[in-house]
Design a protein around this ligand. Structure first.
Ligand code: NDP
Length: 293
């Protein structure tokens, strides 16, 4: 039985980060100003604090100027909204990231919606989501973009391919559906009410799992030779595992991502790329009379 090629997400992410670093240097040479990424963290959730620290560190490494805003856990909705408003107005800020989830007394969706779509480097505002759904230009969500980048890096043809996405969240599954459609894949979306999940998955040339259920998908969900992308991150006593049973699935797949080291590194790389894209667009708009400031 064949054993799958393991997709090296760290290597692909390093290549993307290198491209962003080169793009940042070129932009600085042209404009004199680096892109700026403002992160907003409300409260002291340790996992969120680690995510923010990683994003700030990765930004600094490619020459993006970081602004690390920390707000107390009991901050009001209005105070967060005020900060987001001032970041929207600040020309030194190219991208704004509100780390989710926010504490329960705040409305994370309403706060996210306040972010200027031109600075929405997470691609999660309703305007960015609408632009993606309608096939119009805009900033795309980072994790789904990372999935597409991995497939491209390994020359997986999406044109006409059967793609099955398990999970329909606003963060991952749903935007990924539109990115795959944009590439002319034939897309099936599965979720918690899907019947015969393994049989539906086994139709896929490209199978993406974004569920949050450890080793949900086994060998019977994998078509021989398929490309399997595992977005899931599940913490078990013996470490991190994905939504795919890696040992079993890698005996049938043609390509497969490990967890960790697959999709995870791509998310931050795509965030950096989005920040550069936002900075370039802001600079271009500022040069056209009547557009931007
Ligand atoms: P959500 O909980 O928001 O969504 C999970 C989706 O999975 C839902 O659509 C749900 O269906 C579906 N689902 C749940 N149980 C089943 C089941 N038994 N069979 C089929 N579908 C099911 O999760 P996210 O999309 O935010 O995240 C998914 C996973 O990806 C998590 O493990 C998360 O940690 C990871 N993640 C990894 C990232 C990375 O950088 N690698 C970034 C973001 C997320 P329904 O809609 O019917 O409830």
């Amino acid at each position: 039985m064949s054993v799958a090629t393991i997709i090296d997400g760290k290597a692909v992410a390093a290549r993307v980060r290198g491209e962003v670093a080169a793009g940042v240097s070129a932009l600085v040479a042209e404009t004199g100003a680096p892109p700026g990424l403002a992160t907003v963290l409300v409260g002291e959730d340790p996992a969120s604090a680690i995510y923010i620290a990683n994003k700030q560190k990765a930004s600094a490494e490619v020459g993006i100027e970081g602004r690390d805003h920390r707000l107390a856990a009991d901050v009001s909705q209005d105070e967060v909204a005020e900060l987001l408003g001032s970041l929207n107005e600040d020309p030194a800020v190219s991208g704004i990231l509100l780390q989710l989830p926010v504490p329960a007394h705040l409305d994370g969706d309403a706060l996210t919606a306040l972010i200027d779509p031109g600075k929405d480097v997470d691609g999660l505002t309703p305007l960015s989501a609408g632009a993606l759904a309608q096939g119009r230009p805009g900033l795309r969500p980072c994790t789904p973009s990372g999935v597409i980048e991995l497939l491209d890096a390994y020359d997986v043809s999406l044109e006409g391919a059967e793609a099955v996405v398990v999970g329909r969240s606003l963060l991952v599954g749903r935007p990924l559906v539109f990115l795959l459609l944009e590439r002319n894949a034939t897309v099936t979306v599965c979720h918690s009410r899907t019947r015969e999940l393994p049989a539906v998955c086994a139709r896929a040339d490209v199978l993406v799992a974004a569920v949050g259920s450890p080793r949900l998908l086994g060998a019977d969900a994998v078509r021989p030779g398929a490309a399997v992308i595992d977005v899931g991150i599940n913490r078990l006593e013996d470490g991190l595992v994905g939504d795919v049973d890696f040992e079993a699935a890698s005996q049938r797949a043609g390509l497969i991502t490990p967890v960790p080291g697959g999709v995870g590194p791509m998310t931050i790389a795509c965030l950096l790329r989005n920040t550069l894209q936002a900075a370039r667009a802001a600079h271009a708009a500022a040069r056209v009379p009547g557009i931007g400031s």
